[in-house]
Design a protein around this ligand. Structure first.
Ligand code: HEC
Length: 408
């Protein structure tokens, strides 16, 4: 059974951090007519005409009643109190949670959710001019959102062909971290199939590429659970999209953790003194030509930034990706467009550098006075770049390099 599994829903994580309401806000623009008259001066952006469409396109997926964000940004009344916070978050490019540096490395992605410079500028001008409503008649019709617990990739791919569920686990309100490792009975194999961390959406592979699930396979779960102050019983579900029967993809892709931390898997060397910024760097040689399909930086609470570079056999260095304002709550998966994904020759060295902020300046830092070492607990550190790596032959690499050769 060839298998292209692309998306993942983590209901345990969701239940750990939110309560689900089922009402959908469908306030008609007329509901705001009491605010009529608060229109911006000519030329100034208004909520009804300029801001609401941006919120619909880039924010309401999460910022509406029943979804995961802490507040709804659907109506003017709901949005107005957050105007200053919105300006700050969008200018710093913390919201929407798309943190990859727009000046370094690959810049085209299949799942880009970021705001354009123009949209950021419009929001900033709107806030600076008093965040006016404008004419409610300008409001775009409210969006009718799908059910909140649907698969994120369903919009692109339809419903998954196969859903694998872990055994449920009951986590105590107060407890050390737990690693829950049940084996589901449907599918067996030892290769790492996929990884999910807080804030990730899904994996999406290039055409003619996929992960391989052999007949009779089982999914072996390794679920890291962190206590959040309330007892919670939940399970994890994995959604898998298969290639049609008889259509085997040519390329198999392998989930790879390119390490920023030196040492063996059992003894990695990251050493972060209290109240300091630290750096770690490690190197991995590609033993075969390869395409890198995505970048998903992985660090814990002290994570600050991560850079991936390729040092080619000819000695040149190519910047691949950089996230400068990493946020533990958002392990966003940046999926490269096919024609933008790095294609690298055999012998390339992948260099990953991670920076950690163990000071008060890091809002996610639980205790800057702690000395932090390597470990699996959320309060320990690690640093690696998760990438789906698709290996190709030297001939395929040469053909690709010839096609991309810059014209003189
Ligand atoms: C993928 C889901 C998602 C999207 C898309 C998203 N947000 Fe958020 N937002 C969240 C979550 C979850 C939080 C709370 C956790 C955090 O701060 O990271 C949050 C926090 C915020 C906050 C801070 C709230 C506070 O308590 O101070 C602001 C402001 C904000 N978002 C604005 C926006 C705006 C504006 C957009 C669109 C341009 C947007 N967000 C898009 C999920 C999202």
């Amino acid at each position: 059974m060839d298998c292209n599994h692309r998306a993942y829903r983590n209901s345990a994580m969701a239940a750990l951090s939110l309560s689900v309401l089922l009402t959908l806000p469908a306030l008609s623009p007329g509901a705001e007519s009491s605010n009529k008259g608060i229109a911006g001066p000519a030329g100034q952006p208004t909520f009804a005409r300029h801001i609401a469409p941006i919120l619909q396109a880039k924010c309401q997926e999460c910022h509406r009643n029943g979804s995961l964000a802490p507040m709804s940004l659907v109506t003017y009344q709901e949005t107005r109190p957050w105007a200053k916070a919105i300006k700050e978050r969008v200018i710093q490019r913390q919201m929407p949670p798309w943190h990859i540096d727009k000046t370094v490395g690959v810049q085209r992605f299949k799942n880009d959710t970021s705001l354009t410079d123009e949209q950021i500028n419009t929001i900033a001008r709107w806030v600076d001019s008093g965040a006016p409503l404008g004419d409610p008649k300008d409001m775009p019709p409210a969006i009718h959102w799908p059910e909140t617990n649907d698969w994120q990739a369903a919009e692109k791919l339809g419903q998954p062909d196969l859903i694998v569920k872990s055994e449920p686990y009951t986590m105590a309100a107060h407890h050390q971290d737990v690693w829950w490792r049940p084996i589901s009975d449907k599918l067996r194999g030892r290769a790492m199939l996929m990884e999910w961390a807080i804030g990730k959406g899904y994996d999406l592979y290039h055409p003619n590429t996929g992960k391989l699930l052999l007949p009779g396979s089982q999914i072996s779960w390794d679920i890291h659970i962190h206590a959040v102050g309330a007892e919670i019983r939940d399970n994890v579900e994995l959604g898998i999209w298969l290639y049609p029967k008889g259509k085997a993809p040519k390329y198999r892709t392998y989930l790879t953790a390119f390490q920023a931390v030196k040492g063996s898997p059992r003894k990695r060397e990251v050493d972060i003194p209290p109240n300091s910024i630290a750096e770690s760097q490690n190197f991995t040689v590609l033993k075969q030509a390869a395409i890198l399909e995505n970048f998903q930086p992985h660090m814990h609470l002290r994570g600050k930034a991560m850079a991936v570079e390729a040092v080619l056999p000819d000695g040149t260095t190519q910047a691949i990706s950089y996230v400068g304002n990493f946020n533990f709550n958002w392990m966003t998966n940046y999926i490269y467009e096919e024609d933008a994904a790095p294609v690298l020759p055999k012998g390339t060295v992948i260099r990953v550098t991670a920076w950690y902020d163990n000071t008060h300046a890091n809002p996610n830092n639980p205790d800057p006075d702690q000395w932090v070492g390597f470990g699996d607990r959320t309060v320990d550190e690690m640093g690696h770049a998760w990438m789906n790596v698709t290996y190709i032959s030297d001939e395929e690499y040469s053909a690709w390099a010839a096609r991309r050769k810059p014209t003189p």
